[in-house]
Every structure is written in C-alpha cells, then in structure tokens.
Design a protein around this ligand. Structure first.
Ligand SMILES: Cc1cc2nc3c(=O)[nH]c(=O)nc-3n(C[C@H](O)[C@H](O)[C@H](O)COP(=O)(O)O)c2cc1C
Length: 325
C-alpha cells in the first residue's frame, strides 16, 4: 500500500483526492471517494448555505471519513463560506483567488475551525502565495486538466511547485487518471494526486449519462482551452481559461468571442437547456486531456482502489525490475 506523509496529515488511506467540481459534484460521489480511503470533496460553488448544509449532511450520512468542501475564493460569498466553516469539514479546499484578495483571512478562519487547508495553484507564484498564507497542502494543477486551468503543463509545473513550497506537501492535478499517473506524480515529488475528469465518468457522478459516455468515447485530443464557457456565463475568471470538450457549441464561437458577448443571454439559455437534455454537441462538458485514458464508468470507490493498486504494482515491480540488471 502506498502511503505518503499527506495521508497522515489528511487522515486518508490512499493519496488520491477528488477535485471539488462545482455543479459537477455530488454528495454520493464525495462520500464514495472518502469511503474508499481517498479524500472526497464537494464543490460549494453555486450552492446556498442551506444546500451546503443539506449536502454535507448527506455525505455524513454515508461516511464518517474525512472530506473537503471546495470554495472558489474569487466568487465566495460570506454566508456560504460561514455555513461551510460551521460544518467543520476536515478540509477546506480553496482555489482561484483574485490578486487583491488576502488568502490568509480565509485560511486562518478555516484553521480556527480545525480544518486543514488546501489551495490549488496553476503557477509557481500562486503556489508560493498560498504557502506563505499558511496552506497545509498545495495542489499543483497543470493545464492538461479539465475545467479552469492555467498555462503550465503538469510535467514542469509539479516539480517546480514541489521545490518552491517545500516542505509543504503537494498533490498533483491535471491529466491524471490511473495508477501510472500516480506513480509519475510521486516521482515528480508530489505526495499524491487530485483528479476531476476520471471521477466525472463514475457511477456516482451527477453528469447526464450522455456526458459520461462522451468522456469514455474521447480519445483525449478533442478538448479545447477557451474563454467561451465563461463568456457565455458572464464570468471573469482570475487567471484561467476552461478546458472543455470541443463540440459544436465551442467550434461555433471560436474566434467569434466578440459576437458571443453580444448574444450572451440567448447562448447561455441554450447551453443550459442542452446540458439538462444531455445534448453533447451543444452542452458544456469540462474535461481534461486524460479523457483519452478513461474507458469505463465504474463506481468512484473502485476508481480509487484501481489507481492505488496499479501505482503500487508499478512502484513495487515494474520500476525495481529496471534496476535489477
Ligand atoms: C467539470 C469540472 C468542474 C470543476 N470545478 C472546480 C471547482 O469548482 N473548484 C476547483 O477547485 N476545481 C474545479 N475543477 C478542477 C479540478 O479540481 C481538477 O483540478 C481538475 O479536474 C484536474 O484535472 P483532470 O480533470 O485532468 O483530473 C473542475 C474540473 C472539472 C472537470
């Protein structure tokens, strides 16, 4: 079994975490990952304080293992944040702050409630900023990942962040979907991995079945980094674009972002309707390049176990065999 110091810090069995994924989170998926010994997380973005309380209660009904509540700092509202803190999750998982925001204010309040603090950064400077503000764990997220990502690929970013924030533990994110990824992340100096796309194609994921199938069908070459989903939603994201499936909606507006701004309300209404109807050509699907590694839709707990087992086999057998001659 692979254990790294972050397992003790976060009180988990396997160094495998679920990204808090806004409306693509669900209590069932969060609980399934935690029950299997990973760190589940629930995105609190878009939720009211009452919904945060109800969904946290639903997670706790299914497991007493640790899990995180995820907040996007640039879009965090005091009432939701206070509701999250009052629930005293094991981990407060933060990401995406504007430069004018003081991370220490958020981290100190989380620590005062007994929570561990993780912060996801897509650049070294941002990781150092969070380390200085007192984060317990830094998540280094490469641009291969799904959803909002920065400009650096995981391969150079992860060891650079490891060096820059040492001895604070780092989890690697962006492009990881199997045990080979976990073994590689450990080699780069990370203490574990955080995954989004792999868990979107799980039994407990709240995505429409058509979107889960689109991830399975993807060869990983059909994603595009763009501002298009944010322009449609009317959101200015600090320092990120979105990696999503390059479908008809994305192709229509690529290079026509100026025109999308003129037709925003209409485009957003269509986008939401397509999402609800499971229309993969016109609906939004944030997913990473690692979709090309995903072949099935198993229970989320099985994903955790598979990744742990495969990485262990690589570290215990495949890599040592390279040294034996
Ligand atoms: C649909 C979707 C929504 C996401 N929403 C959030 C979010 O609300 N907060 C967050 O910290 N990260 C979010 N992420 C990023 C993930 O936490 C994670 O960094 C990313 O998925 C890792 O790359 P991977 O998809 O290749 O595993 C999201 C990712 C996806 C795919």
């Amino acid at each position: 079994m692979i254990r790294t110091p972050v397992c003790d810090l976060l009180d988990i069995e396997h160094p495998i975490a679920l990204g808090g994924m806004g409306s693509a989170s669900s209590p069932a998926m969060t609980a399934a990952v935690s029950r299997a010994g990973g760190l589940g997380a629930m995105g609190c973005h878009y939720l009211t304080p009452q919904q945060i309380r109800e969904r946290t209660a639903a997670i706790r009904k299914e497991t007493n293992k640790p899990f995180g509540l995820n907040f996007l700092v640039f879009d965090t509202h005091e009432d939701g944040f206070a509701a999250g803190l009052d629930l005293r999750p094991s981990v407060m998982q933060f990401a995406w702050a504007r430069q004018d925001q003081d991370l220490k204010l958020y981290f100190d309040r989380a620590h005062a409630m007994g929570c561990k603090v993780t912060y996801m950064a897509g650049a070294v400077k941002e990781a150092v900023r969070a380390a200085r503000a007192g984060a317990d764990v830094i998540i280094a997220q490469g641009s291969e990942g799904g959803g909002h990502v920065g400009w650096m690929g995981s391969m150079p970013l992860i060891p650079m962040v490891v060096d820059a924030v040492s001895p604070i533990p780092v989890l690697a994110a962006g492009g990881f979907a199997d045990g080979r990824g976990l073994a590689a992340a450990l080699s780069l100096g990370a203490q574990g991995i955080l995954l989004g796309t792999r868990f979107l194609a799980s039994l407990e994921s709240p995505l429409h079945p058509n979107f889960k199938q689109a991830i399975v069908d993807s060869d990983g070459h059909d994603t595009q980094l763009s501002e298009i989903p944010d322009i449609a939603a009317g959101v200015v994201w600090p320092g990120a674009m979105t990696r999503s499936r390059r479908n008809k909606f994305i192709e229509r507006w690529s290079g026509q972002e100026w025109a999308l701004r003129q037709h925003r309300a209409e485009a957003l209404a269509k986008l939401r309707a397509a999402r609800d109807a499971g229309d993969v050509d016109e609906g939004p699907l944030s997913m990473g390049q690692d979709a090309g590694l995903i072949r099935d839709i198993p229970p989320a707990g099985e994903i955790v176990m598979r990744i742990a087992r495969e990485a262990e086999q690589i570290l215990a057998q495949r890599l040592p065999a390279l040294l034996s001659n």
